[in-house]
Design a binder for this molecule. Structure first.
Ligand SMILES: [Fe+2]
Length: 339
């Protein structure tokens, strides 16, 4: 029987792969953004600056702080990669989201389980690079290789997860190959960055057979609720445990924590709930709290659900609030290992 031997939760923020002196390149987008979600409410720039005026965030976004936090976040990624190598998993199930990469407005499934033989991680085309908003392409190497790479899927496990999910009342979408990027809209091709980040930084491009589970955390109106993500994760955990292969499996949640507005209170409570395996506490916030980048916490929630039966203990490797502005924009970069 298969056994879950490792769990990982990690931020996949571009800030990790953007030099801290370049973080300001994203400020232009922050200033224009009319939906800066913070604690269940959408602010514009001015409104957010006013709302957070008492928090003294400017001092935490100063150059020296940026340098220190960038270094800490990178050290945490390295520690997560070390945990991966130590656990020697044969197979991975990766829970992540799509951000207008594979899926655009023609079709956005709530849950997709990939059960194909092969996965491509591809560099962006010249046209895609030209379309990217300021500051995004700087971190391209963090999730996409310089040359196209092909990695193995795990069709048998993928199909088993789909069958068990259907039996458990989740009408998931299935995929056996990665569709062509929509060249009018998508910034990248091949596997979305939530997965590419894991392939490159955790696995060092030595990617074992893996099953991507793609959750539409970002785009209304069919975002699965946090509770639903937890329940799907539990179904995935049971399915892995009933898979008739004597293999070591890792479960990985990619993304989060709070962004594009950092909320340290939310993030620290989220991490504490993971450590005490209080997964109901992860899903008690109303859905407006899980919008924009913070929605990616749902990838972790699903991973936590999958890990419930595995008898592993979560520990926080680090939590690094990476601020780029006085409004608190940036990323709450969290890193957790279950072992
Ligand atoms: Fe993301």
């Amino acid at each position: 029987m298969a056994r879950i031997v490792l769990g990982l939760g990690l931020a996949h923020t571009p800030q990790v792969h953007t030099a801290p002196e370049q973080w300001h390149q994203r400020l232009e987008a922050d200033h224009r953004n009319k939906s800066l979600w913070f604690r269940g409410q959408a602010y514009d720039w001015k409104g957010l600056v006013d709302a957070r005026a008492g928090e003294n965030l400017a001092s935490q976004a100063e150059p020296a702080e940026r340098q220190a936090r960038h270094a800490r976040a990178n050290a945490a990624v390295a520690a997560v990669a070390q945990a991966w190598r130590d656990a020697r998993p044969d197979v991975a199930v990766i829970l992540g989201n799509d951000q207008h990469e594979l899926f655009v407005e023609d079709l956005m499934p709530a849950f997709t389980i990939f059960w194909g033989k092969e996965l491509q991680n591809l560099p962006s085309t010249t046209e895609q690079i030209a379309r990217k908003p300021a500051g995004i392409h700087l971190a391209h190497h963090g999730h996409a290789p310089p040359q196209p790479l092909s990695h193995p899927g795990e069709p048998e496990l993928g199909r088993h997860l789909i069958e068990r999910a259907m039996a458990d009342g989740f009408d998931v979408a299935q995929s056996q190959w990665l569709r062509e990027a929509d060249q009018r809209i998508s910034f990248s091709s091949g596997i979305p960055h939530a997965f590419g980040f894991v392939y490159r930084n955790v696995m060092g491009d030595q990617v074992p057979p893996n099953v991507p589970v793609i959750i539409n955390t970002f785009f209304p109106p069919n975002q699965p609720t946090a509770a639903r993500c937890l329940a799907l994760g539990r179904s995935i955990g049971r399915a892995i445990a009933s898979w008739q292969q004597d293999l070591r499996v890792a479960v990985i949640g990619s993304g989060g924590l709070s962004h594009f507005v950092v909320d340290e209170t939310f993030d620290r409570a989220f991490l504490a709930a993971l450590v005490r395996a209080d997964h109901e506490a992860l899903v008690h916030h109303p859905e407006p709290w899980f919008q924009a980048g913070t929605s990616e916490c749902k990838n972790w929630i699903a991973a936590a659900g999958a890990l419930e039966g595995a008898n592993l203990q979560a520990r926080v490797v680090d939590y690094v609030p990476c601020y780029r502005s006085e409004a608190g924009t940036g990323t709450g970069a969290g890193f957790v290992v279950w072992s």
